[in-house]
Design a protein around this ligand. Structure first.
Ligand code: 6PG
Length: 249
């Protein structure tokens, strides 16, 4: 796999706008190429500014041809403050003209985690286009990065990292004492594009560890990202602060 493309932006606001432009470019290309855009959103806090930037301006692409999915979800009700769906709905989905039936949240029920994962795998199989090899394929997977190197809910040391036969899995995260539902590494690596959006000084050590080590090192979940169409890192200057000077341009 070619080395990931990395772009560094002065602050979280300019990072969000640069990432929004990149998402819009990928969306328009997907719609031009196969008539639709299938995007798996990231959860957490970092993407909120990106979603808001996309909702604030005029629609940068045809939302009527867009399907929205989620890379992972916490096992909480959809209106819970911890819900990734709620964050995306408030910052983006309630503010753009996407047909409601084209929004595919993960129904993550803490009492039925494996059933929730299976149900979402069926949803993906029903709506996602197929790769040339026949696998469900996102046009874009947006990911954040945890300080421990997790992406989506693929946390270091969890079984899901070895469940490549699954598209979606239930993940028990010891340090959170909580279940999550997450798309698998195998499914992420089938994607046409993966965009990692990373901001803040608390991510700088992990960014330096991952981008500073030889490609092919696969100790951490983030180091096992090898998407079909390429991996792009969008960083703000604080997250890039510990990169060697030649990379922190
Ligand atoms: C989640 C995300 C998770 C997140 C990272 C970074 O559900 O929390 O999927 O993988 O992207 O933990 O989170 P922040 O953007 O809040 O730093």
């Amino acid at each position: 796999m070619s080395a990931p493309q990395t772009s560094i932006h002065p602050d979280p606001a300019t990072l969000a706008h640069a990432a929004a432009e990149r998402v819009a470019t990928l969306a328009r290309a997907a719609i031009a190429e196969h008539g639709s855009f299938h995007w798996a959103l990231a959860g957490g806090n970092t993407p909120r500014a990106l979603y808001t930037a996309l909702a604030d301006g005029p629609p940068p692409w045809d939302w009527g041809r867009t399907h929205i999915y989620f890379g992972d979800e916490r096992c909480v009700p959809p209106d819970d403050p911890q819900s990734n769906y709620r964050m995306a709905r408030e910052s983006l989905l309630d503010r753009v003209p996407i047909p409601p039936q084209q929004i595919h949240p993960i129904l993550a029920d803490a009492a039925y985690v494996r059933e929730s994962a299976r149900a979402y795998a069926h949803t993906l199989a029903a709506h996602l286009p197929r790769s040339p090899g026949g696998a469900p394929q996102f046009d874009l997977v947006l990911l954040g990065l945890g300080p421990d190197g997790h992406v989506a809910s693929l946390f270091p040391g969890t079984c899901v990292l070895h469940q490549d036969h699954l598209a979606v899995a239930a993940v028990y995260v010891d340090r959170l004492h909580a279940w999550r539902i997450s798309i698998s590494l195998a499914l992420i690596n089938q994607a046409r594009h993966v965009l990692l959006l990373v901001a803040g000084a608390e991510k700088a050590a992990m960014v330096a560890e991952v981008l500073g080590t030889a490609p092919g090192t696969a100790r951490l979940p983030v180091q096992r990202l090898q998407p079909q169409g390429g991996l792009e890192w969008f960083l703000d200057r604080a997250a890039a602060a510990q990169l060697p000077p030649q990379e922190a341009r």
